[in-house]
Structures are given as C-alpha cells and as structure tokens.
Design a protein around this ligand. Sequence first.
Ligand code: MN
Length: 267
Amino acid sequence: MSDTPPSRISRATFVKAVAALPVVGGALLNSACQSSKAMGNTGGARPPGPIDPMVPGPDGFALPPLPYPPNALEAAIDTQTMEIHHGRHHAGYVRNLNQALADESNVQGLSAEELLLRLGAVAESKQQSVRDNGGGAVNHTIFWNTMSPDGGGAPTGELAAELAKAFGSVEAFKTEFSAAGRTCFGSGWAWLAMHFNGKLVIYHQPNQDSPYLNGHMPLLGLDVWEHAYYLRYQNRRGDYINNFWKVVNWPAVAERMAQAKAVLGLA
Ligand code: MN
C-alpha cells in the first residue's frame, strides 16, 4: 500500500484533516445503471481513507502504466481494445481530472480516491467533473491491476471464504457479479466492494461512479462500457463477461480485501 501523503504534514494530521472534509451523500445512486443493493449506505459515514491510492505528483496525476503488455489479456480482451482503452480513454480521464483540479487549491495533494470519498471538498462547479474523471482515473487503475495474463482459476484462502460467506459460494458470487454487469443499462461498471462495516456487496453503477462515492472500498470492478469490449464482442456483452473470469487476478483482489480490512480496522 502506498503511503504518500503531502510530506509537509504527518500522516495522522493528514488523515484527520481529510476525515473532517465534507462529503456528498444521498442521491448519488439515482440513475439507470443502479442496483437497490447499493442503497443501504448511510449518507455521511465514510471509511477513514482509501486503499492503494493514486497520489498526484508536482504536475498532477499521471496515467499509471499497464502492468502487462497490451496483448497479454488476449484470452479476454483484444490488443487494440487494450491500447485504445488505456492510452486514450484512461489517459483522457486522468488529463481531464487534472484540468478540473487546476484551480482547486484546497484539495491539492489529495489522492484521487480521497477526492471521491470527500467530493464535497471540491468546489461545486467541479464536482461532476471530478466524479466522472476522478472515477474514470481510479476505476481503470483498479481494473488493470485486478487482471493478469496469469489470472483465472479460482480464489483461495480468506477471499474464497469471505465470498462464500457473503454470497453462498464462489460460483454464486460469480453469477451475481456477472448479472450486475449484464444488467447495467447503458454505460457503467459492475463492482465487488466492501462496505465500511466489512460487509461485501455487489452492484452496478452508471458512468464512472466509484464505490468510494458510497463510502465503499472497491475490490474488483468490471468495465461494461461498450468501449471496453465492442471491437471483439460487438453487442455480446455476456461473452465478454464470461471471458473476463479467465483473466481475473485473484491474488490482487485478495490483497485489496486485506488492505481494505486493515484501513477499516477489521484485520
Ligand atoms: Mn473504460
């Protein structure tokens, strides 16, 4: 886990300052690609911080490199889609996030995840752009890092046990997560996330809305925007989702779950 708050203040001071920032609660989930399962959130409660944060450098946020070559996930996603998706779409979200934050001096230094957890700290005129582009920057980073050319198979250990406890079995989890992706009307994402009380939840959200907006820790996300699959799969989103399971990086998901528990004080 990266631990790089602004260096001029201590981590404890930084966390306390961030926790005191206002949040935006309430009506974040009222759109078409939305599941009632996400609605159990309280408006204001938030985890104390994110996991594996994207921290800005002197020139703002940078596009993280793909953790493997663009042709590495051919079992699920073709090379051209990976190149366009990372090099243009993801890059565009990062660029637009930097642009939105150019005049936002009171949130300089916050990680992209913290901006989503505390969207109310951003000037109202910039909140939609930060929600969309900050979400896009964060979501795609999670997406690349929770897939691998060595992925697939089944989760093991504590992750497998937690999925079985929450959803009945690992297979039942996969079925429910796949359905969340299939039934997301229009553009959005399917998510496995951890509520700040430790409960695992599955839902879909529209556009680039991040689970952090709900006060949830995102553990695994599946991009179901058409740009994520259309070149190879055209309208066959279900085939794309079925093949996604061949490249899921279960150890990375398990690591995110362990980090989330640590941040939430549940480890
Ligand atoms: Mn995308």
